[in-house]
Ligand binder design. Structure first.
Ligand SMILES: [Zn+2]
Length: 282
């Protein structure tokens, strides 16, 4: 049923209906979105304490933030971070005094050139592997981390990926905050698709996630970092505020909010090299 509602919502969007109207339609069957949902969770510990916006400081120049890019927590290739290393890295960040940004906070940082403190980091995981739930969540809770998972909406049925129950559990986690964002519907190379298909991938994934999670989906990560100018236009039309690439380095608004750079983390880094990578982006 939820899927069907998602389809209706996204078809409305595709048909050019205003987003307002689509949202209105959706609320007939779905509970209220983000703001209200969070209000109901008073006194629940979601991890590292937030610094309220009024205490943020203006940056000297444009704000530059490290958006870390991870994939699986596992042993194998360079896209897989072994569990003990993942655990060490999260503790290194916490012990070095890093503030874990939510997507919404990253957006404020980039658009208003404000930061809650000097050391900030936005930790992202692509693809929604099952290890996010089995390995990652316990680690995130240890340090009260805020992390973001870029979810492929068609991957829920795959064995190595989180299923619906796990996705919902991550979304509602206590002791840490897991923000779910989009990694499209089917993880195709955007730059090889016609505009209409790119729109479908962007719109449907966002609509489904919003239906399932009752949160506003603000960000999409381009699959494999492959994108073109149509992708940027499609991301904007689909309602995303930010899009993540695999261009290396710190993220800043001048790159374009829909073409933000990220810092790839490969396994095998020493503590010193890891913290240098996070600080400099290279
Ligand atoms: Zn991916």
């Amino acid at each position: 049923m939820k899927l069907r509602v998602g389809l209706i919502l996204t078809l409305l969007l595709l048909a050019g209906c205003g987003q307002q109207k689509a949202t209105k339609t959706a609320t007939h069957t779905a509970p209220k979105v983000t703001a209200t949902a969070h209000k109901t969770r008073v006194k629940v510990n979601h991890g590292q304490k937030r610094i309220p916006l009024r205490k943020w400081h203006k940056t000297a120049g444009a704000a530059r933030i490290p958006i870390l890019m991870y994939h699986d927590i596992n042993v194998g290739n360079t896209l897989q971070m072994p569990r003990t290393q993942m655990q060490n890295q999260m503790h290194w960040l916490k012990d070095a005094g890093y503030y874990f940004l939510s997507p919404q906070e990253a957006y404020i940082a980039l658009t208003q050139n404000k930061l809650p403190q000097k050391k900030v980091v936005w930790v992202t995981f692509d693809d929604g592997y099952r290890s996010m739930y089995t390995q990652g969540l316990p680690i995130f809770k240890q340090v009260g981390a805020y992390v973001t998972i870029n979810e492929i909406t068609d991957s829920l049925k795959l064995r190595n990926h989180v299923d619906m129950q796990q996705l919902l559990a991550l979304n509602k986690a206590t002791g840490a905050t897991v923000n779910i964002e989009s990694h499209t519907v089917s993880h195709l190379d955007m730059n090889k698709l016609p505009m209409q298909k790119q729109m479908t991938e962007m719109v449907y994934s966002r609509g489904r996630l919003q239906q399932w999670l009752h949160t506003e989906i603000t960000t999409v990560a381009y699959p494999a970092g492959h994108y073109n100018q149509d992708s940027v236009i499609a991301a904007k039309k689909a309602g995303y505020k930010m899009a993540l690439t695999t261009h290396p380095g710190l993220a800043t608004a001048s790159q374009g909010l829909l073409q933000l750079h990220r810092v790839r983390v490969n396994p095998g880094l020493s503590k010193q090299r890891y913290l240098e990578l996070v600080a400099t982006g290279i």
